[in-house]
Design a protein around this ligand. Structure first.
Ligand SMILES: [Zn+2]
Length: 335
């Protein structure tokens, strides 16, 4: 930086030397090596903000952004309390779950990146309860090896194989949320590592109890899984809101369990597959359906003969019996 004159807030001209006293020297060190997201643009300077963990990086192309110093941010109780490698690190009883919580998702300093790398995002299995089973995440089918991204800045709490989840990464974020990334074919991060939103934390796969390559994505608060689609719009891949309101009524008491303890992930996948096949069957049946209009003199047996079917098949299709009176002009389903 060339010698320059700065204007102090008092309006007085001061020399650069004096300006450097006002802006602490350590804050002026380039941090290019700490910025994996912009490899092509050179970081020129860092500036302090009122928060010790947040810095501002100035780039050679005249852009800037906030940067969180993971070492400083990690000292917060968010990352020191309930910090272990269980999928649910909190062990909070449902009775003690707060009735309502507000979670900042993104402001100018908290960045965000969609977890999946396929556009548009398909969802093969949604969050929720069905057939007595609970699916605590959203399944997004992606080819094996597709990149999986950290949703927000945060610290890796779990990076290991976990029976139900397969290769699992759990990241705790500064906003208190945790995101789970299951069935990974490869884990790219280590436990206790600070990661940034958009950083590749692993590759999609089908490890653990998974029927095909997909990302099992969970969003948890205090150990309880909420529907990721309250937070993410799967079509636009954008955040639905900047503040997430979590009400206790949105959760199940069972939402803190993890697939590790049972076969639920697999059972849910099977239930979803059965539902899908049933939907396909009904759709095919609907497409193949054929109707005739009852004419004068028709009986079930004459219609059955004419249409190449049987009386019992006609009864079943139309939910009638052989004693039902056929009215002329009405339609009868024959296929
Ligand atoms: Zn799943």
């Amino acid at each position: 930086m060339a010698a320059m004159i700065c204007i102090a807030s008092s309006g007085q001209e001061i020399t650069r030397k004096k300006a450097e006293i006002l802006v602490p020297r350590p804050a002026m060190q380039p941090v290019k090596s700490l910025d994996p997201l912009n490899p092509d643009v050179m970081a020129m300077d860092t500036l302090d903000t009122s928060s010790p963990a947040r810095k501002i990086i100035l780039y050679s192309d005249n852009t800037w952004r906030y940067w969180i110093d993971g070492d400083v941010a990690s000292a917060d109780t968010t990352y020191t309390k309930h910090w272990n490698t269980n999928p649910d690190a909190y062990g909070l009883s449902y009775d003690n779950f707060p009735l309502r919580s507000y979670v900042w998702l993104a402001d100018s300093t908290d960045r965000y990146h969609f977890p999946g790398s396929i556009t548009p995002t398909k969802v093969s299995s949604r969050y929720g309860k069905r057939r007595g089973r609970y699916h605590r995440g959203t399944d997004m089918p992606m080819p094996k090896g597709s990149e999986v991204y950290a949703t927000f800045d945060g610290k890796v709490r779990v990076a290991k194989y976990s029976s139900g989840y397969g290769n699992l990464v759990v990241i705790r974020h500064t906003n208190g949320l945790e995101t789970f990334y299951g069935h990974l074919s490869q884990i790219n991060v280590k436990q206790d590592q600070w990661v940034e939103a958009g950083q590749v934390i692993g590759l999609c796969g089908a490890t653990g109890r998974a029927s095909g390559s997909h990302l099992h994505y969970e969003v948890r608060y205090l150990g309880y899984a909420i529907d990721p689609e309250w937070m993410l719009d799967m079509d636009s891949q954008e955040l639905r809101q900047s503040v997430l309101v979590i009400r206790k009524s949105m959760l199940y008491p069972e939402s803190s369990y993890s697939p590790e303890s049972d076969d639920e992930e697999e059972a849910i996948a099977e239930a979803d597959e059965a539902d899908r096949l049933e939907q396909e069957r009904l759709e095919a049946e609907r497409k193949a359906a054929r109707y005739v209009t009852i004419r004068s003199g028709d009986t079930l047996s004459t219609i059955a003969k004419r249409e190449g079917t049987t009386v019992s098949a006609l009864c079943k299709l139309n939910n009638i019996t052989t004693k039902t009176i056929l009215r002329v002009g009405r339609t009868l389903r024959v296929k």
